[in-house]
Design a protein around this ligand. Structure first.
Ligand code: XLS
Ligand code: NI
Ligand code: NI
Length: 491
């Protein structure tokens, strides 16, 4: 749906200085302070705001709606490959890819790193933790999504609304921001892919949330999840994610691992009960990650998550939300993690990003590697496509890329990379040579003794007799090099 935002340029009188901020930043005096905050000593009260600012603030006044211009275009603010309504393999690109904007990165990440504070210029944001600022940010985000042509977004409770002194106050602030989110969703047709609770930033969670040794912290986490589920439900969210931010340990010298795992499962069972109670029908996801911030996270990879879910009787209620950079931190490829999940009928959604091969942490970069996006889309197509899930850009601009327009370049690149990945994956599937090769590789299990093995009709004695009668088996080449060459034919 196309929505025409009123132009703020025409009515920019009386704007708070934060809104006039355009062009290069001058925050170098104190890089650890948010650029807007360093200039702004008071937070905006609702009465100071012209009424239109609570509905649309023209956060990106110089940027038009991003158009598909095709591969020959030289316009960096255009799609070369992502053409939302183009049909690939019987389905529109937008329905295959179901892109999501991650609120925490696009709207809240100041682009700090371990050696320096934030650099991001976000002129619509006054840097305060006021509810008004949070409400204004909503409209900046929806303007961004609308201009970008992304249909979904994801949030943590504390990305969209501030954490205040008490749970009651935080919940009230969350409701007030949810009012704006609801209005913005209705106005633009954008949808919530999933919500989640941030159970890792506040100091109370320094020893974990569901796995904290402190029952009061467990209770706080439960209360926060309850509220985040309520708001996700209210906003029609299609899913709800549990990323175990600090659900792990720093050292086993102070940890009762078994008890912590039991507690985590208890929290998730409570969430399942509450989901049924409020009638929330969205999909629950667990997001694997091996480490960082903890030394070891209990949800370390797809296999560990599935084992945990099976052990605690939660398999029917959860699928996995798999993130590329987490897969590689776990020492796996993304494709490996996806296949493990698909084999258990548990692939739900994808956090689309990528890591840096030379940096050892979760760098959350935008995916631009077509080989990677092809592999991801091959697996997604192979499982029949997303249902509730999608491709959430859990990715941030580099610290050097601090201008608002960089948010567009980053997402456009990711969307184009996935559009190409989708097309290549679809071509590979339609062509059928890989599938035929893999099928033929296992052909000895289709008939004869192989079929009997698969059906469980033979045991050790029959197989010994088979070898005694037939002798040494004849092996075929794995043809890895030939197949890798074939991939390049499609790119
Ligand atoms: C952090 C995670 C986080 C989750 C949501 O590494 O990727 O962003 O996606 O809590
Ligand atoms: Ni993630
Ligand atoms: Ni991550």
């Amino acid at each position: 749906m196309t929505h025409q935002w009123p132009s703020l340029k025409a009515m920019s009188f009386g704007l708070h200085p934060a809104f006039r901020l355009r062009g290069p930043s001058t925050f170098t005096q104190n890089p650890s302070v948010h650029p807007c905050h360093s200039r702004c000593t008071r937070s905006l009260s609702a009465s100071l705001l012209p009424p239109y600012l609570t509905t649309m603030n023209e956060a990106f006044p110089d940027i038009q709606k991003i158009q598909f211009e095709g591969p020959k275009s030289r316009n960096p603010l255009a799609f070369k490959h992502y053409n939302a309504d183009e049909v690939v393999g019987g389905k529109k690109m937008r329905d295959h890819l179901r892109f999501g904007v991650a609120y925490w990165h696009a709207m809240r990440n100041t682009l700090s790193d371990p050696f320096g504070g934030g650099t991001a210029q976000r002129p619509w944001d006054d840097g305060s933790s006021s509810v008004e600022n949070a409400q204004r940010r909503v409209w900046a985000c929806f303007e961004f999504m609308d201009k970008l042509g992304v249909d979904y977004y994801c949030w943590h409770d504390r990305d969209v609304a501030p954490e205040l002194d008490t749970l009651a106050e935080s919940n009230r602030a969350f409701d007030a921001v949810a009012d704006e989110l609801e209005k913005a969703q209705q106005q633009t047709g954008k949808k919530l892919l999933w919500g989640t609770a941030c159970l890792f930033s506040h100091a109370r969670y320094c020893q974990g949330a569901g796995t904290s040794p402190n029952a009061g912290v467990f209770a706080y986490a439960a209360a926060q999840v309850k509220k985040a589920m309520d708001v996700t439900h209210r906003l029609g969210g299609e899913g709800y994610t549990f990323w175990g931010g600090r659900e792990g340990y720093a050292t086993l010298w102070n940890t009762n691992m078994k008890r912590e795992l039991d507690h985590l499962a208890r929290l998730l069972h409570m969430a399942v009960d509450y989901k049924q109670k409020i009638g929330f029908t969205g999909q629950f996801y667990i997001e694997p990650k091996p480490r960082e911030p903890s030394t070891h996270q209990y949800d370390s990879d797809s296999a560990a998550c599935l084992n945990f879910l099976r052990e605690y009787g939660l398999m029917d209620h959860f699928k996995l939300n798999i993130e590329t950079n987490h897969a590689t931190l776990a020492g796996h490829t993304m494709r490996h993690e996806l296949q493990v999940a698909i084999a258990a009928n548990a692939l739900g959604s994808v956090d689309a990003n990528t890591g840096d091969e030379l940096i050892g942490w979760d760098t959350d970069q935008f995916p631009t590697d077509i080989y990677l996006t092809t592999e991801i889309m091959l697996e997604v197509l192979r499982m029949g496509g997303f249902t509730t899930g999608g491709l959430n850009f859990d990715a941030k601009c580099r610290r050097e890329s601090f201008e608002p327009v960089d948010l567009f370049h980053a997402h456009i690149g990711g969307m184009d990379a996935f559009a190409r990945g989708l097309k290549v994956a679809n071509a590979i599937i339609e062509d059928g040579r890989f599938a035929a090769f893999i099928k033929s590789r296992y052909a000895s299990f289709d008939t004869g003794i192989g079929a009997k093995i698969e059906k469980g009709e033979v045991g050790f004695e029959e197989l010994e007799a088979h070898v005694l009668a037939n002798g040494e088996p004849l092996l075929a080449s794995g043809r890895q090099e030939m197949l890798e060459n074939l991939v390049n034919d499609y790119l």
